[in-house]
Design a protein around this ligand. Sequence first.
Ligand code: 3H9
Length: 709
Amino acid sequence: MSDQELVAYSTEGDVAVLTINNPPVNALSPGVPEGIRDGVAKAAADDAIKAVVVIGGGRTFIAGADIKEFGKITSGQKEPDIGFNEILNDVESCDKPVVAAIHGTALGGGLETAMACHYRVAVPDAMVGQPEVKLGIIPGAGGTQRLPRLCGVAKAAEICASGRMVKAKEALDSGIVDKLVDGDLLEGAIEFAREQAATGESPRRTRDIQDRFGNEAEYKMMLQGIRQECAKRARGMQAPQRNVDAVELAPQLPFMEGLEKEAEIFKECLFSDESKAMIHVFFGERTVAKVPGIGKETPRLEIKQAAVIGAGTMGGGIAMNYANAGIPVLLKETEHERLDKGVAIIRKNYESTVAKGKLTEEKMEQRMSLIKPTTSYDGFENADIIVEAVFENMALKKQVFGEIDEIAKDDCILASNTSTLDIDEIAAATKRPASVIGHHFFSPANIMPLIEIVRGKETSDTVIATSMDLAKGLRKTGVLVGNCFGFVGNRMFEQYQRQAQFLIEEGATIEHVDKVMYDWGMAMGPLAVADLAGIDVGIRVHQENVDQIPDGYRTALVGQKLFDMGRYGQKTGAGWYKYEGRTPVSDPEINQLVIDTAREAGIEQREIGDQEILERCLYSLVNEGAKLLEEGIALRSVDIDMIYIMGYGFPAFRGGPMKAADIIGLKEVYDRVCHYNDQYGQWWEPAPLLKQLAESDATFTQYDMQRAK
Ligand code: 3H9
């Protein structure tokens, strides 16, 4: 495609119209900025033209710089492009009014382009924003310098540091947009452009605006608040603070100097590990939706009626997801008492959302009315999907699947919410294994954004495709995985938990292990997480699968003792910690129990440093992840990363366990796995894939790309 076609030049009487045509989202790929500059220059040189309108072709204005180009820069394949700033400065210098006409979204470099235009008009449902922070960077083409000149320092800092989308009305009220156009956007923009030209005044250039920064003392105080909020919300991340730093420079420096400083910070951020991780996550979120062999042509089933079996914590949460998506759902329990309890918890959950002002009472009632509690299978014959969410026990699950096989209609999807058990064995309890699939939700199921979709060996493509679409419809991310004990998430998690417990048996304290992992960015430390998930859940899963553990392998000892003591974690008020409400408090009794247990088992206790804790917890995840990749249980390393970020509180700014390993360097990771293997053997046997990639100086990301070819 030629540059000319990327930005089409046309005229409407005395107004030049530049239409950007770079589908799907009009990213500023090479050629687009140049096309805008050339179009503006052409209009400027034409005496018959009085004004210019810049508009996006297709569904949106401009979604920003082409994010794919960033990887080329950081890997040294391409020079950082500083030419974009010059182009925008040229656009802003034009003597004829240039009007950005915004529909869809004007994001990142898209908003920066719009702000370099002299005026902005937008349709009422348009949105603008500087989401660069979500990529671990700051706006690099004047966003941090022009935005405060339009809407004030405090607001600009908040927009840049949060990366949130700003609705058109708010953009209008805060001065980012000049006018909302109700009818046809292009017509409205042309009319507005003509009005500006008719004033005869030179166009208003954002860089010259000086009177909107706000009161210095006031915005300084607000910036402090924004920084504190970022430190909490984006713990461990640099980019939010760097966004505030850059915006704060706007009132202090002349515009061109501000741009230079912004470029310095932008480059610093772009080359950071944080940015590599966040860009990986951006593409990862989109990649996981793509399943090789399943395309648009794969037939889907329509899901108009759902049914859930089991009204416990998981079943109730799953039913809420369907109700939230407007899909009627039957919720079955064996006894009235349990059913009533489950429904009461659902109502309580909704009520707390209403109390926070995030849901209206009316919507709550609507959703409650979509959930139909029952103790029988009546109505199940009409369900398009039945989700089993009973106790994690194979015999029970097989019994349930045998029952639903008798009553479900022919094309009904039979999904199990099992978190560890063999989907093929469950499917074998039915006469239709092609309809059986795992839908592993994460607790609390109404909140956590992940569903591990487990493909059995006979699951049909239609059932997989429908499940992936359904996940999206339920506003979740579905990640397709293969069938094995614990699938991807829990099989890795077992290794992680095991190392955390081994570490304390060898002398680290519970608090120390948790602190190291929390400080590294995990939402919670491994032992605090075990308390949240339930010590009983972990032990029961372990008991169910104990025959999977090779003979003579070391197993963790203290967890079983906590279970025997009835210390199941938060739900019983005590586990690894004691709980005051939901606040964990160290328990000297358990610290002593660990020491006594280690002594009885002949495990020597020693000083253990932060680095060993981090390595053993993280690399045990990575090593198992590499095995899952090799076995084909995980489709790509990025799928593992998304599962960990969305389901296990892994910090997005580390990119997920596999990306974190890539960033550290697989050679280093492999060396340390070998070191622990020399020391402990057994669980530390290095994954052959890790060895192979480390020895060929490759990364998991490269492995993904290689396999996608
Ligand atoms: C920036 O601008 C830096 C500046 O300061 C300049 C510095 C010099 N680049 O999300 P979707 C792809 S940083 C490349 O499914 P939706 C996306 O991968 C940028 N590709 O659609 C997907 O590809 P595929 C700041 C991009 O309708 C396809 O387009 N801007 C880009 O659900 C469709 O995307 C942002 O961070 C891009 N910028 O949502 C905005 N954007 O089909 C990032 C999208 O192969 N974009 N793609 O998987 C978004 O937030 C959403 O895409 C958007 C549309 C809301 C626009």
